[in-house]
Write a protein that binds this ligand. Structure first.
Ligand SMILES: Cc1ncc(C[n+]2csc(CCOP(=O)(O)OP(=O)(O)O)c2C)c(N)n1
Ligand SMILES: [Mg+2]
Length: 564
């Protein structure tokens, strides 16, 4: 049956693309889509569930959380220029996390003629029209198009999903004039345009890479997001075990198990200095040259779906051999190639190296634990994260946005692949909206968004709490409350030691005291929570929050840290 209009075709197409939720903040421009969603619900035809997000930043953050656990394409719908602007920093997070999302935005109606359906009928239709609405998204998206007429909608939406899901993936932006949405659509669903399959590495390059690794004395593996495909983790473990190489896991995802003897976590300074061959896997920022880098003559190898990182103007890492590939495809092939060319003597040498490296890494990890148990004031977040790790239920999923407490979190929180997510280089505020999206995908899992007090505020908590309750997707916000934008205060002292800022000591631009009643804020939206200032109180508080979560209510665990 032909669609009643293009908006109905849009709704059917979203469902056909596998979009489960339409994270939406509507306006006058979205009426045809709202009508089409209602019609589909009434008729029982496939349609995504409309999830109202009362701030657009929450909508795109939620879509990202949902994608992280499901791997599915996402759709967000916002109001013209204003809604597009309110997506704000979530654009950046979507871009840097290669989120396959199609962001739909209204576009002021073109026509003032009363007999064209959808025509202008409000002052805002003049005010909200911009010379170039797409320019708002230009820096962050990878593809942009407007639907000029209803009958073109199907192929354009198919193309948007194809591009968004093609590696390197990223946001597509489609503007929808109201008249076009109300025009007739196609005769049926437009043909689906499939994204390409996962990329395999160049065979000769792979052999060369295997040779370089086989000849290494001190190989080091650095990974950022290999665990985005949890099935790749086992392959990485196999490779590391074979080579006896330490794995620096930057923990944007869980790419390597924390309990594995070759897990080097964030110990870059200890591990990189002696490296002669470094293998970079899915890492956005392999190291910070001024802080910890491999020797200048080290051989740098790279496997990445986007090795050149053209969207980062100055990405000048000295890579000797880069292979464009999905690491879940490339790693088993690399391990095979290594096994193929390794002599028995080499395999024995690598096994011996494994023991030596493991012993060194065990010492480092022991120091992390000892620090968490020390009475150094800087250890407070470490102790709290250690205590939290002990009481996290096995099914819990953790989202990281702890900023200067990040090191504490990644050293202490031990999660399985697929149950820990970090945006990497964040526009802050992602975690609580992201938690709602995760919960929609994993209703049985308690979702912990661990954030700084500053990050929590950037997440538009009023909108996140309301939207999560409304959607039945509650989360537990763990606020590492140091009453400060500590990350914005520290550089002043670092760059101007003994300067006016340090001497004055007040940092009014980074001081978040007096602390608000975060639990009260959650309560205003139907949630609750607990305040803790001692790690011994944590287990009871978490139990309380888990009970709220089980009752469908958001919780805040307000962890009071020493004021920073
Ligand atoms: C959207 C956005 N605005 C501003 C910043 C700059 N910024 C980086 S860290 C930070 C402070 C974060 O404070 P908090 O979450 O409390 O963590 P803490 O530094 O105290 O550990 C700010 C403002 C940012 N990254 N993103
Ligand atoms: Mg803080």
């Amino acid at each position: 049956m032909p669609f009643t209009d293009a908006a109905a075709e849009l709704v059917a197409t979203l469902a056909d693309e596998g979009v489960q939720h339409l994270f939406i903040n509507p306006g006058t421009d979205t009426a045809p889509v709202q009508e089409a969603l209602a019609a589909a619900r009434t008729a029982g035809t496939p349609s995504p569930r409309a999830v109202l997000c009362t701030h657009e930043f929450v909508a795109l953050s939620s879509a990202m959380g949902h994608h992280f656990v499901t791997g599915t394409p996402q759709a967000v719908m916002v109001h013209v220029d204003a809604g597009t602007l309110n997506l704000g920093g979530a654009w950046h997070n979507a871009q840097r996390n290669q989120l396959p999302v199609v962001v739909f935005a209204g576009r002021s109606p073109y026509t003032t003629v009363a007999d064209i359906r959808g025509h202008r009928d409000s002052p805002i239709h003049w005010q909200q029209e911009q010379l170039d609405q797409q320019a708002i998204a230009r820096a962050f998206g990878k593809w942009f198009m407007e639907v000029p007429r209803g009958r073109e909608l199907g192929p354009i939406v198919r193309r948007a999903f194809q591009v968004a899901q093609s590696d390197p993936r990223g946001p597509a932006y489609v503007t929808l004039p109201r008249e076009a949405l109300m025009e007739p659509g196609g005769a049926g669903l437009a043909r689906r345009l499939r994204p390409p399959r996962r990329a395999a590495p160049d065979p000769s390059g792979l052999t060369e890479m295997a040779r370089a690794l086989a000849g290494a004395q001190h190989p080091v593996i650095i990974t950022g997001r290999t665990g985005a495909r949890p099935d790749a983790v086992a392959s990485l473990v196999e490779l590391a075990d074979l080579l006896g190489a330490p794995v620096l896991d930057q923990r944007d995802r869980v790419s390597f198990p924390a309990r594995h003897p070759l897990y080097g976590g964030d110990a870059a300074a200890d591990v990189l200095a002696s490296a002669d061959v470094v293998l970079l896997l899915d890492s956005e920022v392999p190291w910070i040259p001024a802080l910890a880098a491999p020797p200048a003559d080290a051989t740098i190898l790279q496997i990445d779906i986007d090795p050149a990182k053209a969207t980062m103007p100055l990405w000048t890492y000295p890579v000797d051999l880069a292979l464009t590939a999905d690491t879940s495809v490339a790693l088993p092939l690399l391990a095979d190639a290594l096994r193929h060319l390794a002599s028995a003597v080499q395999v024995d040498q690598w096994a011996a190296r494994r023991d030596i490296v493991s012993a060194r890494l065990a010492e480092i990890r022991q120091q992390w634990d000892a620090f968490a148990g020390s009475d150094d004031p800087a250890a407070a977040p470490h102790a709290m994260m250690q205590a939290l790790n002990k009481v996290l239920p096995p099914r819990a999923i953790v989202l990281e946005e702890a900023v200067t407490s990040r090191t504490a979190l990644i050293r202490q929180i031990d999660r399985e692949p697929g149950s820990f997510f970090d945006t990497g280089s964040p526009a802050l505020g992602w975690a609580i909206g992201g938690a709602m999206g995760v919960k929609l995908a994993r209703p049985g899992a308690p979702v912990f968004a661990v954030c700084g007090d500053g990050s929590f505020g950037f997440g538009v908590p009023t909108a996140a709490f309301w939207s999560a309750h409304r959607a039945g997707a509650p989360f537990i916000a763990v606020i590492l409350n140091n009453q400060s934008y500590r990350a914005s205060r520290l550089p002043v002292g670092r760059l101007y030691p003994g300067g006016a800022g340090v001497r004055e000591g007040s940092f009014p631009e980074a001081d978040l005291s007096p602390t608000p009643d975060y639990v009260g804020l959650a309560a205003a939206y139907g949630g609750g929570g607990r305040v803790v200032s001692d790690s011994a109180q944590l287990a009871d508080a978490v139990e309380y929050c888990l009970a709220l979560d089980a009752a469908g209510r958001c919780a805040v665990l307000d962890i009071r840290l020493p004021a920073a």
